[in-house]
Design a protein around this ligand. Structure first.
Ligand code: OKV
Ligand code: MN
Length: 266
């Protein structure tokens, strides 16, 4: 048996060390699995990513104590064990680049990513592009995903970028407070279009983990975000709904078992 693991919306940041610890715990679980072929990170791995240079330009000394360093080390171990690490952009870490992924032998992948298992074609994407009811967001997204915008941002100093990101975050919180829940969910028509050339859809972003029926014969698997439960307790628990695909050693067989499972770590 061969496994593939799917995660998204970890929203890692140095402000939430419990989430970082939980990710390290998941990587330990992954390292303990007999045959893990791939780990997919389907966007919003980080709460905000202002550019690979934020890490890559650190001195050796500064790297040693940086919160990302243990995470890179464990991913590298996983890669050495033979697990491919595939990383997709989310709406918060769209500035993540291949140079950072090279630190652990990861591969940055474009969305949508077509994954073929046996006869089944799974369409993988972050999920924000499906939220077409939120017109303001789609406009914002188009601008942020534009190459010129990204070039403009990456030419600003790290301090400037951090300040811009913080301003945007405040703006977003103001915006979202006035948005109805259904506006921030996927649009049914967008889902039907997205799944048209595949057999199933797999995404995150909405933080509403579930298995939906995209059409009468196609499923839509939604991964969960990583959240702290019992913040008050001295030992915070992190829980997340992740995807696990189990297939036969012979990947041409069409026996694929995909399920959403609860990952939890103390
Ligand atoms: C989401 C919207 C903010 C609308 C910025 C680098 C940069 C990431 C970011 C920060 C803000 C997205 C990612 C957000 C939606 C807004 C404002 C308006 C209309 C940088 C990396 F530019 F600073 F370098 N951001 N966030 N908006 O808070 O999710 O939808 S956000
Ligand atoms: Mn997202």
């Amino acid at each position: 048996e061969v496994r593939q693991v799917f995660i998204s919306d970890l929203h890692l940041s140095p402000e939430e060390p419990a989430l970082v610890q939980a990710f390290l715990a998941l990587l330990d679980d992954c390292l303990a699995l007999p045959v893990l072929k791939r780990l997919f990170i389907l966007g919003d791995w980080f709460e905000v990513w202002i550019g690979d240079d934020a890490y890559l330009t650190l001195s050796d000394d500064a790297r040693q104590t940086h919160w990302l360093t243990p995470l890179i080390a464990k991913l590298k171990q996983l890669r050495i064990n033979g697990c491919e690490i595939l990383v997709m952009h989310g709406n918060r870490d769209f500035l993540l680049g291949q140079p950072f992924c090279n630190l652990f032998g990861g591969e940055l992948i474009d969305e949508p990513y077509m994954l073929t298992i046996g006869q089944q074609h799974y369409r993988l994407e972050h999920g924000d592009a499906l939220c077409t009811d939120d017109k303001k967001y789609q406009f914002f997204r188009k601008i942020m995903r534009n190459r010129l915008t990204q070039w403009y941002l990456l030419n600003k100093s790290l301090e400037k970028r951090l300040a811009i990101a913080e301003k945007m975050r405040q703006k977003s919180q103001q915006n979202n407070a006035n948005k109805a829940a259904h506006i921030m969910d996927v649009n049914d028509e967008a889902v039907i279009q997205a799944v048209a050339n595949s057999d199933a859809l797999l995404h995150g972003h909405t933080h509403r983990p579930d298995i939906h029926q995209a059409t009468t014969d196609k499923k839509r698997y939604v991964l969960g975000d990583w959240r702290l439960i019992d913040k008050e307790k001295r030992q915070p628990t992190v829980s997340a709904v992740i995807g696990v695909m189990i297939t036969n050693e012979h990947s041409d067989s069409n026996k694929a078992n995909f399920e959403l499972v609860e990952f939890s770590s103390l």
